[in-house]
Design a binder for this molecule. Sequence first.
Ligand SMILES: Nc1ncnc2c1ncn2[C@@H]1O[C@H](COP(=O)(O)OP(=O)(O)OP(=O)(O)O)[C@@H](O)[C@H]1O
Ligand SMILES: [Mg+2]
Length: 254
Amino acid sequence: MTAPSLEIVNLSVAFGSDRARVQAVDNAGFRVAPGESFGIIGESGSGKSTILRAISGLNDEYDGSVLIDGRAAPRPRNKAFFKNVQMVFQDPYSSLHPRRMIRATLMEPLEIHRFDRRDERIAQALSDVGLAPEFAYRYPHQLSGGQRQRVAVARALLLEPRIMLLDEPTSALDVSVQAGVLNLLNTLRLSRGLTYVMVSHDLRVIAHMCSRIAVMTQGRIVEELSADDLRSQNAEQDYTRELITASRVALAAE
Ligand SMILES: Nc1ncnc2c1ncn2[C@@H]1O[C@H](COP(=O)(O)OP(=O)(O)OP(=O)(O)O)[C@@H](O)[C@H]1O
Ligand SMILES: [Mg+2]
């Protein structure tokens, strides 16, 4: 089964009104092919998370279109959409319920989507992300940051989605732990043919994880470039060159 394509067309998102109005995303567009890993970079506040939140339907107050396999995603998003598209957030603390055992957190989507063999699936999902089955009986505060993020990835993968939206999935983690989660995400993508859209402020992470990258500033996508262009610092726009210069040390180490 091939993953569906994902496309956004003329996507615009504004918050507030009058003087408080912020044009968080301004006519953004890109297309991600099945099985591709697409990155979004740009300064803080440039609109990266807002794009992912619009795609996932967490915010469905947007103009323009979100297309899955050429068809508009339903508004509001329905169960079938979430079966296909899952999101992993930047901060695994806020995405895991603090008073809920990991098992209950993982059980919930399986119940909603009426999956069978639930305990077996939970054990498998934990094993897929490198955690022992006993982790199901812990609470979030009894896990390290990296382990929590693995649980968040496990939960996203439980429904066997085809598209994963990853918002800074490792930026809360220590560099050594970061590499483990990134490699895990890469392996899962290749073995399952998943499609990723990944946001990171770390150009090295993006160059490692993504084949094509959109560059955002002030709500607009100003340039799209390949990972090779990024690594060889071959950019058209001044803004992209500034971003690259700011992280040249990191890229050189890649
Ligand atoms: N719910 C909201 N209400 C009002 N303004 C918002 C809201 N969410 C985001 N914004 C504004 O929209 C703009 C884009 O925010 P967004 O979170 O998409 O940035 P980002 O590129 O993800 O930044 P970062 O790298 O810091 O995560 C910012 O100016 C932000 O203040
Ligand atoms: Mg963000």
